[in-house]
Design a protein around this ligand. Structure first.
Ligand SMILES: [Zn+2]
Length: 105
């Protein structure tokens, strides 16, 4: 699934919209980025927070197949998961697994 961005413009929202990147609400009366895109020969339109648009513009990964509904939310979630993995050291892992087994049985 390829998403090809055709047009981007800054607009002031006249009603609430869902941000395509983080799936959070864009409030009425805020400036947001309105995007026209083509996805599998189909034309789609969506809104992005200005911040989310910056994230997409900065990160080349999003400009290809990495751009999809909720992609920023996923990216944030993934980076948080990575951080939490880094905190627990590998030495602790056998202990945690043993504990879970004991509780489950
Ligand atoms: Zn957003």
């Amino acid at each position: 699934m390829m998403l090809e961005i055709r047009k981007k413009q800054i607009v002031t929202t006249r009603k609430k919209h869902e941000c395509y990147g983080c799936v959070e609400e864009i409030e009425k009366g805020k400036s947001a980025v309105y995007v026209s895109a083509k996805e599998d020969e189909k034309h789609i339109q969506f809104h992005l927070h200005e911040e989310c648009n910056k994230t997409i513009a900065k990160d080349k990964w999003f400009s290809g197949s990495g751009l999809y509904r909720g992609c920023i939310k996923e990216a944030v979630k993934n980076s948080e998961e990575l951080k939490s993995i880094n905190i627990s050291s590998l030495d602790e892992l056998p202990f945690v697994l043993g504990l879970q087994k004991g509780l489950g049985g």
